[in-house]
Design a protein around this ligand. Structure first.
Ligand code: PEP
Ligand code: CO
Length: 493
């Protein structure tokens, strides 16, 4: 048997690195990285292992994964209002899912570190100037005079991640997530009466269920919510994630730690954990088998995601799984498929078949956002709600036809509101029927367009209803366009 090539947190440096950032200030970079190496971890091995375990439950259809947040966070958006709105939306979304699917939800935010972006082109033309592309707040600035990669930004990314995570932890341990007060997550600005009514009726049913269980002397809230994972209603599990793009940064936050006893069969076992986030994913542009990112990812013990787009070959996918999960550990790999509504039919089936044959345990989730981006007539980047739902619907159906199961969704959404309490206008359609003319009203993303609060709840209700019907035996699998037809009465073209 061939042994595994040796690995270290820096072994990736001997491989070609896609989307690499060139820092003119090399000395500054080394100084920053040395500092990062001494800073405390942001997350712990026991939290990381707990997530891996919960993902193994997703894989066994005993839980559902919600992976969601911004395309890219920015330092300026690190405010109480934005973070609370994001967590509130994730909690509202998961509550709706729990109600329909009656499964615990594993929540992973694209938060507390999602500051770097891959770009299709190294430079961009702005007027008559060719400037370096904006690569995210931890590399350079959006302002065209601030495009030189600045290593100090990596430190700022660390501290903004720490502040964000601290606030999230604070919110979740001080009653914000309490299932007894879900109204606090603020639906006040949702103008659609039907959305509000539906949400409020779930909340009412849930409150009744909790009252009932209290009356009979058993607070069933926790086990209902989390599969018994936590003992108090009001505390929920929440995990952080970002794309593991900036390998210098990831390496500096990679620490050799004792493996928690609960998951270790060997005395004094140690392993390398990336302590900058619970979950990291490899982007569709950086998943080359012989590249630096795959090399780095194969050695960390965190659960990881792999974006799978139309250019992924089936045998390549299996080889990739062999590399990053040679021991076939359940919960270790989540495949995040993002083909585009028009392409999912051509690719997903083959990918599922190949992975099944390989006997690799994986969680499959659908990212219906990244294959469905288009430029509107006004020149703004957008996505149509209908196309998003179409890809999701096809995914659920194809999995069901292959005796596989969609384990979750990966969405770009935001609960952000402007000063007057209006949500963003970046994606078209949904129950609010956002039109092209309205896109410019409150377009705030400096990266990909995100679903707003109402559009996100629309998605949550559609998924929730599907699983509720399935639970009640109304439908096995899902006919094409059922989700969409239910929402608007007409299938998309
Ligand atoms: C993303 O998730 O923001 C992203 C860039 O995705 P992908 O790598 O799938 O294009
Ligand atoms: Co994106």
């Amino acid at each position: 048997m061939s042994s595994k090539p040796s690995w270290s947190p820096s072994s990736w440096t001997s491989k070609p690195v896609a989307q690499d950032v060139e820092y003119p200030d090399r000395k500054g970079l080394s100084k920053v990285l040395s500092k990062l190496e001494t800073l405390p971890p942001l997350v712990t091995p026991s939290e990381i292992e707990r997530l891996r375990y919960q993902l193994s439950l997703v894989q066994r259809n005993e839980a559902f994964l919600l992976h969601a947040g911004d395309c890219a966070e920015s330092f300026d958006a690190c405010t109480n209002e934005n973070i609370s709105a994001k967590i509130g939306l994730i909690l509202s979304f998961s509550l709706i899912l729990i109600w329909g699917a009656r499964l615990p939800i594993v929540r992973i935010g694209r938060i507390a570190g999602q500051y770097a972006k891959p770009r299709s082109s190294r430079t961009e033309q702005v007027g008559d100037r060719e400037v370096l592309s904006f690569r995210g707040d931890n590399v350079n600035g959006l302002d065209i005079d601030d495009r030189t990669p600045d290593p100090e930004r990596l430190l700022r990314a660390y501290f903004h991640s720490a502040t964000t995570l601290n606030h999230v932890r604070g919110l979740l341990t001080s009653g914000f997530a309490s299932l007894h007060q879900p109204r606090d997550w603020s639906l006040s600005h949702v103008r659609s009466p039907s959305l509000r009514n539906e949400f409020e009726s779930i909340v009412e049913d849930l409150t009744d269920a909790l009252d009932f269980s209290r009356t009979i002397g058993q607070d069933a809230g926790a086990s209902f919510e989390l599969g018994g994972a936590k003992s108090t209603v009001g505390e929920v599990d929440f995990y952080t994630s970002h794309e593991g793009l900036m390998l210098d940064y990831e390496q500096a936050l990679t620490r050799e730690c004792p493996v928690p006893k609960s998951v270790s069969s060997v005395p004094n076992e140690k392993a390398y954990y990336n302590t900058s986030a619970h979950f990291l994913w490899i982007g569709d542009r950086t998943r080359q088998l012989d590249g630096g990112h795959v090399e780095y990812f194969r050695g960390i013990k965190n659960p990881i995601g792999i974006k799978v787009g139309p250019s992924m070959q089936s045998d390549e996918l299996v080889r990739l799984l062999d590399i990053v999960n040679s021991e076939k550990v359940p919960g270790r790999v989540t495949l995040i498929t993002r083909y585009g509504a028009g392409k999912v039919e051509n690719y997903l089936l083959e990918h599922i078949k190949a992975v099944k044959l390989s006997l690799h345990p994986v969680v499959w989730i659908c990212d219906p956002m990244h294959g469905n981006t288009l430029t509107s007539n006004t020149g703004l980047k957008t996505r149509h709600f209908r196309t998003i739902i179409n890809e999701l619907t096809s995914c659920i159906r194809i999995h069901s036809e292959c005796d596989s199961r969609l384990g979750g969704v990966s969405l770009e959404f935001t609960g952000e509101l402007n000063d007057e309490g209006f949500s963003v206008t970046e994606c078209l359609g949904g129950s609010m029927e956002l039109s092209e003319e309205q896109l410019g009203l409150r377009y705030q993303s400096f990266c990909d367009p995100r679903l707003n609060f109402e559009q996100s709840l629309d998605v949550a209700f559609l998924i929730s209803k599907h699983y509720k019907d399935e639970r009640r035996g109304k439908q096995k699998g899902m006919e094409k366009d059922v989700l969409f037809t239910e929402l608007s009465g007409k299938p998309s073209s």
